[in-house]
Design a protein around this ligand. Structure first.
Ligand code: KIV
Length: 287
């Protein structure tokens, strides 16, 4: 088995100019397939609120719910670097809240945690790093601030906006974050930010000039149930419609009594079968 992906591995990938492959997973089977496929990093995203729980945004998922997803993924991902996404209000209130909740993810097996924001969460990032925890920052389209951003909008579209992103990125770096994730911004904005920090910079919808690409597994598999279809997502399959078709075929087979067929039934010794059939026949006669 290839060796465990660590911070060192991720830095080596960058030195070699090899983009890291980063994907979300929330359950044991998906994480198993991601690990077998050799992805470098898994994010157990709070996007689970939308992808797995059918909520309209990421704000409603709790720490306890995230723990179930984190546990399932960590059980599967032995080699892959796992990042646990701190949900809304699990780190904003205080340094202590941040450290305790990040610590829960780490004790469940995560290699790092992620939180949203720059300058305004720098103190929390420092507290978690001081507790020995690897922290990834998240800038650009930060879904936990959807109200302040007035919806899911592309970020970093002006010089002033990009300068703000740089200030945030530097604050995260100075607070000890090992990486920053940039979401939904023009490629040139992400490139500009990346050139101004020394830590790893990953992107989702941030173009090619970053150290690795993150995608939401449901977007590339085609099994997201909802209306959001981001421009940056490339769909490789239509798993959702395949699943629906399988369920329709199964329903048809059950209703037409073509399932279960002989090959789905357990065999029995002819002698015992004859004995049981004999009993049945007697009971029917008696009735
Ligand atoms: O929760 C998540 O999957 C994320 C990505 C959208 C970046 O934070």
């Amino acid at each position: 088995m290839p060796s465990k992906v660590t911070l060192r591995t991720l830095n080596t990938l960058r030195e070699r100019g090899t983009p890291a492959v980063f994907i979300t997973a929330y359950d044991y089977p998906t994480a198993t397939f991601a690990e077998r496929a050799g992805v470098d990093m898994i994010l157990v995203g709070d996007s689970a609120a939308m992808t797995m729980m059918g909520l309209p945004n990421t704000l409603g998922i709790s720490m306890d719910e995230m723990i179930v997803f984190v546990r399932s993924v960590c059980r599967a991902a032995k080699r892959t670097f796992v990042v646990g996404d701190l949900p809304f209000l699990s780190y904003q209130p205080s340094d202590e809240t941040a450290v305790l909740n990040a610590g829960r993810f780490i004790t469940e097996g995560c290699d790092a945690v992620k939180c949203e924001g720059g300058v305004r969460v720098a103190a929390r990032v420092r507290a978690m790093v001081n507790a020995g925890i690897n922290v990834m920052g998240h800038l650009g389209l930060t879904p936990q601030n959807i109200g302040q951003l007035s919806g899911y909008r592309v970020q970093g579209k002006t010089r002033a906006a990009v300068d703000q992103l740089v200030d945030d990125a530097i604050a995260l770096q100075e607070a000890g974050a090992f990486a920053i994730l940039l979401e939904a911004m023009p490629a040139v904005a992400a490139e500009y930010v990346r050139e101004r920090v020394d830590i790893l910079v990953y992107g989702i919808g941030a173009g090619p000039h970053v150290d690795g690409q993150l995608v939401i597994s449901h977007d590339i598999l085609g099994n997201f149930v909802g209306d959001i279809a981001p421009r940056f997502a490339k769909q490789y399959a239509s798993i959702g419609s395949q699943v629906e078709q399988v369920f329709r075929s199964y329903a048809e087979d059950v209703r037409s009594a073509s399932f279960p067929a002989l090959e789905h039934c357990y065999p029995i010794e002819p002698l015992h079968e004859a004995e049981i059939q004999g009993c049945r026949a007697q009971r029917h006669t008696a009735n």
